[in-house]
Write a protein that binds this ligand. Structure first.
Ligand SMILES: [Zn+2]
Length: 142
């Protein structure tokens, strides 16, 4: 299902910053809350200020829009680069991907475990079990 970039997204892209509190992010946060997890969001002390972080567990989640982060899965239903000849957008996408990879590498070298949740994963009934397997049982604290 192709999604048109919203003006808000576009403004964020033009400024070169990652958009926060996107619909997919809010979806995952509310699922985690229902499952009984506590978390921090956009913690600036961590590389890439992960969308969702579990400090004591040293686990972090990035929730990526398939379009902006150019999800490369063959089963992803979201359309790829709208125009590969458009150098501006191509460069933006490449920078996004490179920054994602650097942030994840920095977190992992600091002993964190990182999982990327893609927008197209949100519809899967396996998302909740996958999150539980990654995080371990919920506790009162993070
Ligand atoms: Zn996808």
């Amino acid at each position: 299902m192709a999604k048109r970039p919203t003006p808000e997204h576009q403004a964020n892209m033009m400024r070169g910053s990652r958009s926060k509190n996107t619909r997919p992010e809010r979806f995952v946060r509310s699922l985690l809350h229902r499952l009984g997890y506590r978390y921090r969001i956009h913690d600036k002390r961590l590389p890439g200020s992960p969308d969702i972080a579990f400090t004591k567990r040293k686990r972090a989640l990035f929730v990526h829009g398939c379009f902006w982060h150019q999800h490369e899965s063959p089963v992803c239903p979201v359309v790829r680069r709208p125009d590969v000849n458009n150098g501006f957008w191509s460069a933006k996408f490449d920078r996004n991907k490179r920054r994602d990879a650097l942030n994840i590498a920095a977190l992992e070298s600091a002993g964190w475990h990182v999982e990327v949740i893609w927008e197209c994963d949100l519809r899967s009934p396996r998302l909740a079990p996958r999150l539980k397997a990654f995080l371990g049982p919920p506790r009162a604290e993070q």
